[in-house]
Every structure is written in structure tokens, then in C-alpha cells.
Design a protein around this ligand. Structure first.
Ligand code: PMP
Length: 402
């Protein structure tokens, strides 16, 4: 299938879902196309079964094909989906988000995470009349030109000229940047903690976010929290709420509708007028089926207190993995939040051992990638975790064989 794909699709599978980009799993261990998915598992074209800790890179939050979400989506599909004017489901979804998300006085819907990070930046520029954007080192906010780097093909100098990078968890660095560019900075855009690739993920140090919030207020800078990845897994009121501060704008996608395609920008009252002034829409942005799926997803996440469940399951899994690693003489470093855990085998500067260990696990039916955070979903059980630990053990043993 991959041979067919490369004939008709640039690169065969583009972006980070491809066999080499970002995941670093040897091609012979990596399932390239899936045929079916259910709960916490998917099956590849050859019928191999995988317990999936990538969760579609985030969207699978309740379980693939969750029956409650599927039923809500199908009910909506029988009534209507894309029509010349929006259905009332859009309003109901916005009401649910403004009731659930702490900083949200309004909600605006689109399709992908990048649609709403871009709208957030445009809103901040419209509100402040300023151009520059401050990011934290190692950021990822989608693939629109403003969020890329100067040396990326297709990016113009003027797309990224005003971008400034600050060091994460270093309030003095942020203060220096804000002071040096007083009156020029429209927004600070940040993930709720540093969850990039190829390094241990870093949680905010005590008091850091409150200081960032104060600095943004002092300099009139819009504080954007990009919750596209962590959203709905740490706190249903938003990851800013989880860390004890309030964003001006917050972006959601991935887990928002359990795989149905919708994203959202939520914000505070003061930014309602600036966001309304922007011309921004898309062919499918008001389709009703994903809104119905989103309502069912968030309602269900609240019913089961999903963030507490993810913390418990993530901790059970990662504690177990650390123990298994130790029995083979390895130190496994776990970082980030348990719901989105990041793994690294210590004393492996070349990263080779880690990649081979991940590959041996993928070969045995546990789907992970090498240098990216993983995701927990609500369909995962303690029995799945026990099976995952057995496979982790067998994978270490396979590495030890000459
Ligand atoms: N922000 C963050 C933090 C993300 O993780 C992602 C997707 N990986 C995006 C933005 C972009 O979202 P999308 O790929 O849906 O455009």
C-alpha cells in the first residue's frame, strides 16, 4: 500500500504520521496503514493488533468508535450536517464550552488546531495593533507560515520576522524581552507546559504561570494558551485553570470531539469585538456532525472525570514501565503529565537503544513513537496496561539477545 501511496501522494504519508518524520521507528517495525480501530486498539492492513498510546496523536480520548459519541454523531447526521446556514447545534456546543472552560466568554469553531492558533494570533494583533509574537523555545503551534522557522521551505522572511523566542520557566528572560520590545508585542503564545519532541517534557515551575500572567498584564500583551494537545486531558476547565491562571485566549482541537473534526478558539469578553472584526471562515467550519460529537464527548469526559482517570492510568502505566526497565538494568525517565507521558531511556545519547526498544514493542503490538509524548484514552484498562508491561519486558529481553 505504501508503494501505491508514494505514486499518488507526495511522500506517501506526509507529516508526523509518516514512517520516518518525527517517530524514528525502523520501517520494518512500523505499521503504515490502519484498517480498523476500536476502543484503545487499532489493526493494520495485515490484521496485526496494536494497543495504541498515540491515540491518533491526541483525538482518541474516549476510545476509538466510542458508542455514545458515534450515536450522537449519527443522530445529527440523519438530521443535517453541512447546510447553507448553521444548525442550532453550533450554539449548543458554544454554550457548553463557555460553561465548561474557565476563561471562555465565547467560542469560535474551525477544523484544525492550526486554524485556531492562527486566529488567536490575528485576534491579538487586531486587539493591540502590534505585530510581534513571543514563543517559547521548542514551540509547535501548527504549520501556518507565522508559526514556522525562517529556514523552512516556503516560508518568507516577513512571515516570521517579528517572532521572538523566550526560554521556558525563565521569568527573567521573558521580562527582558517584554521590556526590550515594549509596545511591539501583540501576544505570547504558549503550550501549558513544554511538551516538545526529542527532550524531556518540562512542567511549569511553582508560581511561574502567575508571574507570566502578571507580566502580560503589565505590558498589555495577549496571553494565548495553545491547548490543542493537552486540552481535555488535564482539566476540563482548560490547562490554564489546571495550573492556576487565566488565559486571554485558549485553543482546542484533538480531543475536543473524540476524532470528529472540529477545533475551537475560546476567549475573554474583551477580545470578542476584535475576533468578530476578522474575516475568517471555511467550507466545513459550521458542519453540525462534529458539533454533536463534541457535545457528547465533553459531556462524557465530565461524567467519568476523565482527567482524574487519565492521571491514574498514566501513573500506573509509567510506574510499571520504570520498574520493568529497572529489572533489565535500564533507567527509564518519565516526564510531562501522566495523561501525556514522555519517555526516555537514560544513558543513551545516540537514542539508538530507545528507538530499538520502541521498535521491539511496536513489533509485539504496542504502538508508541520514539521521541514524542504519548496519550492516554478512557478505554484503556488495567488489563491493557498489564499486557503493555509484559510486552515492554519482552522487548527489553529481545534487545539483550545477540
Ligand atoms: N498546537 C499544538 C500544541 C499541537 O500539538 C498541534 C498539533 N500537533 C497544533 C497546534 C496544530 O494542530 P493541527 O495539526 O490540528 O493543525
Amino acid at each position: 500500500m505504501f508503494d501505491r501511496a508514494v505514486q499518488v501522494i507526495p511522500g506517501g504519508i506526509y507529516g508526523h504520521l509518516g514512517p520516518s518524520e518525527g517517530c524514528y521507528i525502523p520501517r520494518d517495525a512500523y505499521p503504515l496503514f490502519s484498517a480498523r480501530a476500536e476502543g484503545t486498539r487499532f489493526w493494520d492492513l495485515d490484521g496485526n493488533e496494536f494497543i495504541d498510546y498515540m491515540c491518533g496523536y491526541g483525538p482518541n480520548v474516549l476510545g476509538y468508535n466510542d458508542p455514545i459519541v458515534a450515536e450522537a454523531a449519527q443522530r445529527q447526521a440523519r438530521r443535517e450536517d453541512v447546510v447553507s446556514i448553521p444548525g442550532s447545534t453550533m450554539v449548543e456546543f458554544a454554550e457548553l464550552l463557555t460553561d465548561t472552560v474557565a476563561c471562555a466568554d465565547w467560542a469560535f469553531f474551525a477544523k484544525n488546531g492550526g486554524d485556531v492558533t492562527t486566529l488567536a494570533v490575528m485576534t491579538a494583533r487586531a486587539a493591540t495593533g502590534r505585530q510581534r509574537i513571543v514563543f517559547f523555545e521548542g514551540y509547535y503551534h501548527g504549520v501556518d507560515p507565522w508559526a514556522q522557522k525562517l529556514d523552512y521551505p516556503g516560508v518568507l522572511e516577513q512571515d516570521v520576522l517579528g517572532n521572538i523566542e523566550a526560554r521556558w520557566n525563565d521569568i527573567a528572560d521573558l521580562r527582558r524581552i517584554f521590556a526590550a520590545h515594549r509596545g511591539e508585542i501583540a501576544a505570547l503564545i504558549a503550550q501549558p507546559y513544554k511538551h516538545g519532541n526529542f527532550y524531556d517534557n518540562e512542567l511549569p515551575v511553582e508560581g511561574y504561570w502567575k508571574q507570566v500572567r502578571r507580566l502580560c498584564d503589565e505590558y498589555g500583551i495577549v496571553l494565548i494558551v495553545d491547548d490543542v494537545r493537552a486540552g481535555w486531558r488535564l482539566d476540563l476547565a482548560g490547562s490554564d485553570h489546571h495550573y492556576g491562571f487565566k488565559a486571554d485566549l485558549i485553543t482546542f482541537c484533538k480531543a475536543l470531539a473524540n476524532g470528529y473534526n472540529v477545533s475551537a478558539l475560546c476567549g475573554v469578553e474583551a477580545l470578542r469585538e476584535p475576533v468578530s472584526s476578522i474575516t475568517y471562515t471555511g467550507s466545513y467550519w459550521m458542519s453540525a456532525v462534529p458539533f454533536a460529537a463534541g457535545i457528547a464527548t465533553i459531556t462524557r469526559l465530565a461524567e467519568i472525570d476523565a482527567p482524574a482517570l487519565f492521571r491514574r492510568l498514566g501513573t500506573e502505566l509509567t510506574d510499571g514501565l520504570v520498574e520493568v526497565a529497572a529489572t533489565h538494568g535500564h533507567r527509564l525517565v518519565v516526564s510531562g503529565e501522566p495523561a501525556l507521558f514522555y519517555l526516555r531511556l537514560a544513558d543513551d545519547d545516540s537514542l539508538d537503544l530507545h528507538q530499538r526498544w520502541i521498535a521491539e514493542r511496536v513489533r509485539r503490538g504496542v504502538f508508541l513513537t520514539s521521541h514524542h509524548n504519548h496519550f492516554i484514552n478512557a478505554a484503556l484498562t488495567s488489563a491493557d496496561i498489564a499486557r503493555t508491561l509484559e510486552i515492554a519486558d519482552a522487548a527489553f529481553a529481545a534487545l539483550e539477545r545477540p
